[in-house]
Design a protein around this ligand. Structure first.
Ligand SMILES: C[S@@+](CC[C@H](N)C(=O)[O-])C[C@H]1O[C@@H](n2cnc3c(N)ncnc32)[C@H](O)[C@@H]1O
Length: 404
C-alpha cells in the first residue's frame, strides 16, 4: 500500500441514487455519514448488532434498512460502495478484504491507509457542493471546507464568473441592527448588489463594507415630491431594476412585520419585476431577548402578541382591540409605541389590566447603544420622560419582564 499512499486521492462525485451502499457499524461514524448518503438517495443497508438512537430512528423511518446482527462474509454482494465503521477490528478487516476482492470502494473509519476511498469534508452553499481532501489531516480538510462555505455564504469569497446574480429586487430583512444578525442569504445578496436601498433601522454597519461601485440609497432621503414616501421608494426600486441592476431593499427586522414589505412586492409584481423576499430576525422577539427578556416562558406566558402602537387607542384609525389585549394573560410586545405609551398603558389599565404589570422599554436593541428601562403600567409614561426613552424601542408588557 505504501506506494499508493504517495499519490493524491482522485476526487470524484458518486451518483448513488438507488444504488446499494453497505454500512458496517451503527455508531458515531455511521451517525455522521448516513445523512449525506440518505440525501444522495442511496439504497442503504446497515449491518450492526446495535446502533445509536439517531441511527435507529433512520431505520424506523425507512430511510435505511437495518440488519441487526454482526457483519458476515457475503454482506457486500451487490454493493457499489462500503463504509466500514464498526468497533470490531476483525469485522472491519474482513469486510475491507471482501470489498477489495469485489472491487467495491471502501471507506474505513479505523484505518485510513487500508481504505480504498476517503470521505472528503463536504459542505453545501446555494446548490454548490464543496469537497475537501487533505489526505491525512481531516481537521484541516474541515477547516478549509468551513472557510470556503462561509466565504461563499457571506459573499466574502466571490465567484463572479460562475454566479448568476439575482435579477430584479431582493427584499432583505436585515435583523434588528447588529450586523451579525442578518441571515446568511441576506448577506450574500447584499454582497452581490449593484444598488442598495436601505432604511434607517437595521444593520447599517454592513453598508460601510460594500464595495465603492455599489450605489447606497437612504430610503428616508429619496425625494418624493407629490408622491407618498412609499410610492417614491417603489418607483426607485422599479427604476433601478429596470436598468438591469441587482437591487437589494434592505429593511430593519423582518420585511413583513410592520415593514410594508408586501406593498413593495405588489408594486414590483404589477410591473413584472421578479422579487425575492428574504426573512429577517424581527426586533419584536430579538430585542427583548437581547435585553434578557424571553417573550414566552413555561408556566408564565403561553402566548405573545405583537402590536403596533403608532396610533393612540382612541384614534379612529386604530385597528387594535385594546380591550381584548387587556384580557390576555401572555406577553404584549409593542413596536412604534414610545410616543403613545401613556395612552396605551391607560387604555390597558382602564380595560382591567393591573397597573402593577411589569413593563420594559428596550431602546436601540442589539446595538452598542442598547439600553433597558423598567417600569410598570402605572409608571411607564413617567419613566419614558425621566429616562428620555426614544425610538426605536420595543416595549414589553407582562410577567416575563420580571423574570431573572
Ligand atoms: C416600522 S417598525 C419595523 C419593524 C421591523 N420590520 C421588525 O421586524 O423588527 C419599526 C419599529 O421596530 C422597533 N425596532 C426595530 N429595530 C429596533 C431596535 N434595534 N431596537 C428597538 N426597537 C427596534 C421599534 O419599535 C421601531 O419603532
Amino acid at each position: 500500500m505504501a506506494e499508493h499512499a504517495e499519490h493524491p486521492a482522485y476526487p470524484v462525485g458518486l451518483r448513488l441514487s438507488g444504488r446499494r451502499v453497505v454500512v458496517v457499524g451503527g455508531g458515531q461514524v455511521a451517525q455522521r455519514r448516513l445523512p449525506a448518503l440518505i440525501a444522495a438517495g442511496a439504497d442503504i443497508v446497515l449491518v450492526s448488532p446495535s446502533a445509536k438512537a439517531s441511527v435507529e430512528a433512520m431505520a424506523e423511518s425507512g430511510e435505511i434498512r437495518w440488519e441487526r446482527r454482526r457483519y458476515e462474509e457475503g454482506d457486500l454482494a451487490g454493493a457499489w460502495y462500503v463504509l466500514v465503521a464498526s468497533s470490531d477490528p476483525v469485522a472491519n478487516a474482513t469486510a475491507s478484504a471482501e470489498a477489495e476482492r469485489h472491487r467495491v470502494w471502501c471507506v474505513r473509519s479505523d484505518d485510513a491507509e487500508a481504505a480504498t476511498a476517503w470521505t472528503p469534508a463536504t459542505g453545501r452553499s446555494e446548490g454548490l457542493t464543496v469537497a475537501v481532501l487533505t489526505g491525512r489531516d481531516p481537521r484541516r480538510s474541515a477547516a478549509v471546507r468551513d472557510a470556503i462555505v462561509e466565504g461563499l455564504r457571506d459573499g466574502t469569497l466571490a465567484a463572479p464568473h460562475h454566479r448568476t446574480r439575482t435579477p430584479g429586487v431582493a427584499l432583505v430583512g436585515g435583523g434588528p441592527g447588529d450586523p451579525d444578525l442578518i441571515t446568511v442569504r441576506g448577506r450574500r445578496l447584499l454582497s452581490e448588489a449593484d444598488v442598495v436601498i436601505a432604511d434607517r433601522l437595521g444593520p447599517r454597519d454592513l453598508l460601510d463594507e460594500l464595495p465603492p461601485h455599489v450605489e447606497v440609497i437612504d430610503a428616508a432621503k429619496i425625494p418624493y415630491g407629490r408622491a407618498m414616501a412609499q410610492e417614491a421608494i417603489n418607483d426607485a426600486l422599479i427604476e433601478h431594476a429596470k436598468a438591469g441592476k441587482a437591487v437589494v431593499r434592505l429593511k430593519g427586522g423582518d420585511p413583513f412585520v410592520f415593514g410594508r414589505g408586501m406593498e413593495e412586492v405588489h408594486a414590483l409584481a404589477a410591473v413584472g419585476i421578479p422579487c425575492v423576499v428574504v426573512p429577517g430576525i424581527s426586533s419584536s422577539i430579538s430585542v427583548p431577548g437581547a435585553a434578557g427578556i424571553p417573550v414566552t416562558h413555561r408556566g408564565v406566558a403561553h402566548e405573545f402578541t405583537v402590536v403596533s402602537g403608532h396610533v393612540a387607542p382612541d384614534d379612529a384609525r386604530s385597528l387594535v382591540d385594546w380591550a381584548a389585549l387587556a384580557r390576555l394573560r401572555g406577553t404584549l410586545v409593542l413596536l412604534m409605541a414610545v410616543d403613545k405609551i401613556g395612552a396605551i398603558a391607560g387604555a390597558l389599565v382602564a380595560h382591567g389590566k393591573s397597573p402593577d404589570t411589569p413593563v420594559a422599554l428596550v431602546q436601540e436593541g442589539t446595538t452598542a447603544t442598547q439600553r433597558r428601562v423598567d417600569a410598570t403600567l402605572a409608571t411607564v409614561a413617567e419613566a419614558v420622560k425621566t429616562h428620555d426613552v426614544r425610538p426605536p424601542a420595543v416595549i414589553v408588557i407582562g410577567e416575563v419582564v420580571a423574570l431573572d
